[in-house]
Structures are given as C-alpha cells and as structure tokens.
Design a protein. Structure first.
Length: 310
C-alpha cells in the first residue's frame, strides 16, 4: 500500500528517563514521523526502549518515567495540530480513545471477567459517545466484532468463553471503536500461537487498508515486521539507529547492528527465508545478503554499550 507523505504523528527529539535509583535514559532524543495510513514497525532487542517510547507517545507513562525533552505532535486529518504535552486529564483520556488507540501485549487479559463482551464494548460508547441510543450502541458493537472477524453472537459471551485469539480481537475491536487515526500495538500477538498470530496480523493489515489508520507496530520479531511494515525503525539503547522502508532495510541495511539483528533470525537466512515478503525476494537473495552480513558484522561492532544508556 502506498502511504501518503503527510504525517499523522511527529515525534520530535523525545527523551524519556526512569528516575529510579540510577537514572535510565530509556529513550534518547528520538525523532520519528508516522505517515498517515502507514504501518511503521519498531524493532530492537529487549530493553532497548520500545515500550517506553510507545507509552511516551501516548502519554501513558507513570513515575518513575519522565519525559525529559522533546514533544509529540498529532496532526489530525481535519487539518489541525495538537501538541500532546498540552493535554491533561479528561482531554487526554478522550484523545487517547478518539485519535490514538493502543493494544498492548497482555491486553486480552484486561477484559473484565464478570462482564459480557457486549457490556465492555458498549462501555466505550457510553463514555465517549453518550449521545448514542441503546439500539445504536448495540448495532455498532455487533459491527465492530464482525469487523475483527468475531461472530456478533459472541457479544453475549463472557471473556473466559472465548479463545485467547478471540479475546485479543475483541481488544482490537475496542481500540477501533471510535475510528482512531493511529493505532499503537506493542507485541499485540506475541502471546498467541503462530497460526492465530498470522490470522490477526492479516486482519490488521486488511483493516488498515479499509479504515486508513496508521500503525506503530512494536515487536522484537523482525521477520514479522518485514512482512507487515511499510517502514521499519531499528532501536538500540534508546536511540533509533536506522529507519528505512522495509524492503530497503532488508536488502541493504546500513547499520552494523541492523545487519546483526537480521542475521540473528534463522527464518530470514535459511532456505525457508523466501517466505518473507513473498513474491518480492527469493531465498537465494536472503542467503547471499546474510552471508555478507555475517562477514561484515564479524569485523565491526555497533559501539553503543547497553550499560552506557543506563
Ligand atoms: N519502571 C522502571 N524503572 C526503571 N527502569 C525501567 C523501568 N521500566 C523500564 N525500565 C528500563 O528502561 C529501559 C527500556 O525498557 P523498555 O521496557 O521500554 O524496553 P523494550 O524494548 O520495550 O523491552 P521489551 O522488548 O523487553 O519489552 C530498560 O533498560 C528497562 O530496564
């Protein structure tokens, strides 16, 4: 899908510290633009700051995390800009559902076990669209469930009556309820088995095309990102060290750390590698690239010590 050049979210020189016993510089001077309608993948090893960045750009950080510099600006499709640091309280809560929605890794476990799915979905409309009547709310909840591939009959179910995959789909439906322009997904399918994961990812890319929202998709699973992302940012020790469109990043990675990260996934380098971005690349190219990568990274290193960021 061709993405428009217009930004929907601009992250400008964002820095986030954890002011714990020792200060951790978890996000360091990150600048990043999310284009309207694109899927931007954010990859990097555990502890590099991906989740902190996700929480920072949705302003969900809690102490000891503090934004120590920079800002995040949302550019609405209606043509106005909002600096998120100017929002607080109710405005911020409303903004989060309305304009930017989130799906986090354990989201499916955050459904209330004693309430039916219908009540939990309806609650979003009751809070944010109080003008809607009961029948209209019900209708929209049914439509939402079907949008994410769950039969509307499940509205009457309790969470424990649904599989993990279905519960995660319900969470995605909830995130999409108010038609946000940005969806932040932090490891949204990691807890699910591979087949269910794949189905949900296909659903997300289909919905993105249908509804036009942009996605920040966070995972340490680089092969997965290569499949679904338009562009990929590689993060290390709080810094974005490389950002490019997915195919270029795969075929021509510039940073030694990116090359090393790519080479650490057997699925990208073995004979099965050609399923990645199928139809675009062959396993031979994948193999050749990786051999070069291995030779190159044997001789050089990135030079950013993880401890240095703490
Ligand atoms: N509450 C906290 N107090 C102090 N340091 C923290 C806290 N939460 C996270 N950190 C540190 O901030 C850094 C970034 O953590 P973060 O969770 O954002 O990384 P991540 O890339 O999302 O990792 P993962 O893939 O494991 O979720 C790490 O060094 C982590 O130890």
């Amino acid at each position: 899908m061709k993405t428009a050049e217009h930004p929907v979210l601009s992250i400008e020189n964002l820095s986030i510290d954890y002011l714990a016993e020792t200060t951790v510089h978890a996000v360091r001077d990150v600048s990043l633009t999310l284009r309207r309608g694109e899927i931007l993948g954010l990859a990097g090893e555990s502890g590099c700051g991906k989740s902190t960045l996700a929480y920072g750009l949705t302003r969900l950080l809690k102490p000891p995390a503090f934004i120590t510099g920079g800002r995040v600006v949302f550019s609405s499709r209606e043509g106005y800009d909002i600096d998120l640091s100017t929002l607080g309280g109710e405005d911020l809560r409303a903004f989060r559902w309305d304009k930017i929605a989130m799906v986090f890794q354990g989201a499916m476990n955050s459904l209330n076990p004693v309430l039916r799915i219908a009540e939990q979905l309806e609650d979003v409309f009751l809070t944010h669209r109080p003008e809607l009547g009961k029948a209209e709310r019900r209708r929209r909840c049914g439509e939402l469930l079907e949008l994410v591939g769950v039969d509307r009959g499940r509205l009457r179910a309790y969470p424990h009556e649904l599989s993990g995959g279905m519960r995660q789909r319900v969470m995605i439906a909830m995130a999409l309820a108010l038609e946000p322009q940005v969806l932040v997904m932090d490891e949204p399918t990691t807890a699910l088995d591979v087949v269910v994961q794949r189905e949900i990812l296909q659903e997300i890319t289909r919905l993105r095309s249908e509804l036009g929202f942009a996605v920040v998709f966070i995972t340490h699973d680089l092969p997965l990102l290569l499949e679904i992302s338009d562009r990929i940012a590689i993060m290390r020790a709080g810094l974005i060290i490389e950002l490019d469109d997915a195919l270029t990043l795969y075929t021509n990675p510039q940073h030694p750390y990116t090359r090393r990260l790519l080479s650490s996934f057997p699925s990208l380098t073995g004979e099965r590698g050609d399923f990645i971005r199928s139809g675009v690349l062959t396993g031979d190219i994948a193999l050749e690239e990786t051999e070069q990568t291995l030779e190159a990274t044997a001789a050089e290193d990135v030079g950013i010590d993880k401890e240095e960021a703490r």
